[in-house]
Write a protein that binds this ligand. Sequence first.
Ligand code: COI
Length: 376
Amino acid sequence: GATGTAPVGTNRNTAAQRVGRAAVDWQSLGFGFTPTNCYVKAVWREQTGTWSPVEVVPYGPNGEATFPLHVASTALHYGQSIFEGLKAFACADGHVRLFRPQENARRLERSALRLNMPVVPAALFLEAVTRCVYENLEFVPPYVEQGGGGSLYVRPVLFGSGGRIGLGPADEYTFMVLVVPVGNYYKGGLSPVTAYISTNYDRAAPRGVGHVKVAGNYAADLKPSMEAKQRGYPINLYLDAREQKFIEEFGTSNFSAVRYLDENGNRYVYVTPDSPSVLEGVTNKTLMELSLDAGMKVERRRIPVEELATFDEVFASGTAVVITAVDQIVYGDQVIGIGKHPGSGQVGPVARRLYDTVRGLQTGRLPDRHGWTYLV
Ligand code: COI
């Protein structure tokens, strides 16, 4: 596809015409890497203590997507790397909008400080993200295809690109943003899956780096999550590292549960773990706010594993998955059923409603009362 050269926001009519024009089979999008037109980057150097301007870097003519890196970069050797995930959507009015990018800018800052990295100012973060989406508008899934969960997934990453062999912070950092058109993270989308509690592993220590989006957290999850998959469970769940008693989060997403307070299902409470080592999810924050809007109660507290069997709904929430319902949880030799009809493939009404609300806000079908969307 043609790469737009107009500065962001100069010609929205042209922008609308570019959406969805890439040679992509929108019907069969999964969650995999595809080269697009380009990625963008900025570099911070200790010498100047400043960030370079944002640079647009095209992928190769055959989709080559490699990046030259110092052989001793601190990202490769010591895992000094953090990332973000957010999404852009084509809306009914033809505009493309990001969802809550300022939240990601703030979290990237918290992650950077924890790994002793320079902060990417929010203005630079928003400029790079917006620019990358704009330069790749052809790859934003068209509005009509969004029933399948399509969006342009935006992946900012900040890493130590300077070389250093003794342990210490790098003298150069690269902030890169790439985009990928995606569909559902799990094949069935919202449909319920069976989760597997990884009882032999901890995800994160109470005062470690579990609350921030550090690359190594995801490396540490690879073996436990692959073991769960080999047993036939697409998603794994961790308990707290200190006592193995309380629900922490899934390998790639936060844990949410719903309890119906009265017999008729007229009062609901949204429950999510309070723990210093769970990732501060933007989707979970959004779901809590939407639950309050809907007159539900929200509880952020410790959740003992024994409480699982008493919930009416459980689901995983995250940017990539949005919401994936969980109706059974394997814990040692026990199978814990969630809700009245575990294993029947039904999605609970609260998960369904929250999902529809989030998607509706993201794609501009519902009024944006909170000011969460951000025009590209
Ligand atoms: C996201 O939900 O955006 C994430 O960063 C999780 C990742 C494993 C896909």
